[in-house]
Design a protein around this ligand. Structure first.
Ligand code: PLP
Length: 413
């Protein structure tokens, strides 16, 4: 509900009541000049940290030249360089790019492309995924009921298949079980010849930062190949260095046909991209899809500057090292309290799962109140705390956040 007297919609929930004034690196400063350590990066978006000088400069320079250059009217001179840069850093076969503003818009675009490229109408997604909040991407999302409740009926043509249980003791058997369950969906609910694409997050985000097992990805890729189904990787959260690789799929044995990018691509500036293979893009009918802000020049400038930072020598090695440091330190804390059930993650996409949502929330609240460290919960049952600091996080900042977390575990047990 909106605050009394406020003209702002009450529809947004908020993790904190901080009124932010500015940010730098991993810190934000509120209107009272109070500093906080931001281990959310605005839900894994501020990849290069807040107000990275290169990104700020690129945005300012571009804003002074032109703010809006509508792609259906004329082209600006950052479009081709950005597409070329993305072709360098995405998997080899991906070499055509479409630019939008938000991830859910890009996922919608990816499904529309898959429909034109295959002539098929349906998609398969996986249990617990989150792909957005437009009606179609909401139909693809099953991470939390509150996102869907009261919004149905949702569009048809979306089939949800099981995702392997990350807590099963025999992971190999669990992956086989989930693949058999997918085959059953294909045998009973929707013919493979009618499926345009499988859409999956390489690390399931909103369900609680659960890495998709390599064997499951390989099983999906094999079925795609056998049945002419496209493989769409939603790298909204896991892309742009978040897992210590430029894309999470880089460390898996699959090559997506379409890769969806947002959040970290432009350090949190509203910008998103879809990459695909040339022969698929050639089947996307010219004039059949677009948007007023597509390829926005400031977004392109922010993306180019972000990529320059992320591809600097040693940058991703530091992400991996900081991720390992964080996971090791959090695993040690598991000895403190059995309520901390699981620590998992890849790179700086890390999760700590408690035995109850109340405990997870109490720990988050304590970190904010006593140590001014901002963390957020995630997960279907809200039992998981996600750790997604800006990728420029230092070893000292990791230690600071972990010691806040350790104090919170002791205080709330
Ligand atoms: C994997 C994934 N896909 C899509 C989205 C939707 O992103 P946006 O709200 O920026 O459109 C999100 C948002 O968290 C996400 O994590």
């Amino acid at each position: 509900m909106a605050e009394t007297g406020s003209h702002l919609s009450g529809v947004w929930s908020t993790a904190t009541d901080i009124q932010v004034d500015r940010g730098m690196g991993c810190r934000i400063v509120d209107v009272n000049d109070q500093q906080y350590l931001d281990f959310t990066a605005g839900i894994a978006a501020a990849s290069t940290g807040h107000a990275h000088p290169k990104v700020v400069q690129a945005i300012a320079d571009q804003a002074a030249r032109i703010v809006h250059s509508q792609i259906n009217v004329y082209r600006h001179n950052l479009l081709a360089p950005l597409a070329a840069k993305l072709a360098e850093i995405t998997p080899d076969a991906i070499d055509r790019f479409y630019f939008g503003s938000t991830s859910d818009e890009i996922i919608e675009s990816a499904v529309k492309l898959a429909k034109h490229a295959t002539g098929r109408r349906s998609v398969v997604v996986f249990d617990g995924a989150f792909h957005g909040r437009t009606h179609y991407t909401l139909a693809m999302s099953t991470s939390r009921l509150i996102d869907r409740e009261g919004y149905g009926p949702l569009p048809t043509g979306v089939f949800v298949a099981p995702f392997p249980d990350p807590h099963a003791s025999d992971q190999e058997e669990e992956v086989s079980r989930a693949l058999r369950a997918l085959d059953r969906v294909l045998a009973t609910e929707i013919a493979s010849s009618e499926i345009a694409a499988f859409v999956i997050e390489p690390v399931i985000g909103e369900r609680g930062y659960i890495p998709t097992p390599n064997g499951f990805m390989a099983g999906l890729a094999a079925r795609c190949e056998e049945h002419g189904i496209l493989f769409i990787a939603d790298e909204t959260q896991s892309g742009f260095g978040r897992t210590g690789k430029m894309f999470a799929t880089d460390s898996l044995d699959v090559e997506p046909d379409i890769i969806c990018m947002a959040k970290g691509i432009a350090s949190g500036f509203p910008f998103a991209a879809l990459g695909t293979r040339r022969e698929l893009d050639d089947l996307w009918v010219t004039g059949s899809h677009s948007g007023s802000s597509n390829g926005n020049p400031i977004g392109c400038a922010a993306a180019l500057a972000t990529i320059e930072v992320l591809t600097a020598p040693g940058f991703l090695d530091n992400v991996k090292a900081r991720g390992d440091q964080l996971i090791d330190a959090l695993r040690e804390l598991q000895q403190l309290d059995q309520a901390l059930l699981h620590v998992r993650g890849r790179g700086l996409m890390v999760a700590t799962e408690f035995d109850s949502a109340e405990r997870a929330q109490a720990v988050v609240d304590h970190c904010l109140r006593e140590s001014r460290v901002i963390l957020m919960t995630a997960g279907t049952r809200g039992r998981t705390i996600r750790w997604s600091p800006p990728l420029v996080v230092t070893s000292d900042e990791i230690n600071e956040a972990v010691s806040a977390f350790s104090a919170a575990i002791r205080a709330t047990g």
